[in-house]
Ligand binder design. Structure first.
Ligand SMILES: Cc1cc2nc3c(=O)[nH]c(=O)nc-3n(C[C@H](O)[C@H](O)[C@H](O)COP(=O)(O)O)c2cc1C
Length: 205
């Protein structure tokens, strides 16, 4: 088992992170993963709806089946853990009392609930799923940095058949799956980062 001696600061983790697709067989301690997830769940979301949900897969047979749904990508089967990040807006909207701040009470609270329901009333199922997936990518960003900061390698993945993954894991048809995230202690360095220069993507007025 890998002892985590120190945690990297956010800037160091951002500069060091690369996609890691090969892992050592060492198990990832559940306590460490819970600690990382607890911090990642501080990610912000519009209306504070937190529509993201996570399923941690460690079972070998399930990972093998997930690999097949991911067009045979080996990292899905070989990672000690695969986090399935999905977004369930319907679940979030059905439980608004969980997410509205406890400091908001009475008529203000009811008005907030009505405003949130109204904001989504005009969206069809596809738009709702896309909206919730967009929020969930904020959590994914937090997770990528936190995993790196704690010495764990991971690779975000969109290369899979979402319908097959839903059927395999028994997820409701309406959910979006923004990413699979295989993770573990790195057994490779990953490719050196290649990024657009700041001037290409940032403008000022
Ligand atoms: C949303 C998303 C989906 C991705 N899907 C895959 C994938 O299916 N398989 C894979 O090997 N890498 C996948 N990647 C990894 C990217 O190829 C990688 O992040 C990019 O090339 C930059 O390299 P770096 O992560 O090492 O900095 C994905 C990355 C993101 C953010």
């Amino acid at each position: 088992m890998e002892a985590t001696l120190s945690v990297l600061d956010a800037k160091t983790a951002a500069l060091r992170r690369r996609s890691i697709r090969r892992y050592r067989p060492d198990p990832v301690p559940e306590e460490l993963l819970r600690d990382i997830l607890q911090a990642a769940l501080r990610a912000p979301s519009a209306w504070n709806l937190q529509p993201w949900r996570l399923l941690g897969v460690r079972d070998a047979a399930t990972k093998k089946a997930l690999r097949e749904a991911a067009f045979g990508q080996a990292q899905v089967e070989e990672a000690p853990v695969v986090l399935v990040l999905y977004a369930d807006l319907e679940d979030a909207l059905a439980h608004l009392d969980e997410v509205i701040h406890p400091g908001v009470q009475g008529e203000k609270r009811e008005a907030q609930k009505r405003a949130i329901q109204a904001a989504f009333a005009g969206m069809d199922a596809k738009e709702r799923a896309q909206w919730a997936a967009g929020q969930s990518y904020i959590l994914l960003g937090y997770l990528l940095l936190l995993l790196e900061a704690h010495g764990l390698g991971s690779v975000p993945m969109l290369g899979f058949d979402p319908e097959k993954v839903k059927a395999l894991l028994g997820l409701p048809a309406h959910v979006a799956i923004p990413a699979l995230l295989p993770l573990g202690y790195p057994a490779e360095e990953g490719y050196p980062s290649h990024r657009l220069p700041l001037e290409r993507v940032v403008a000022w007025r």
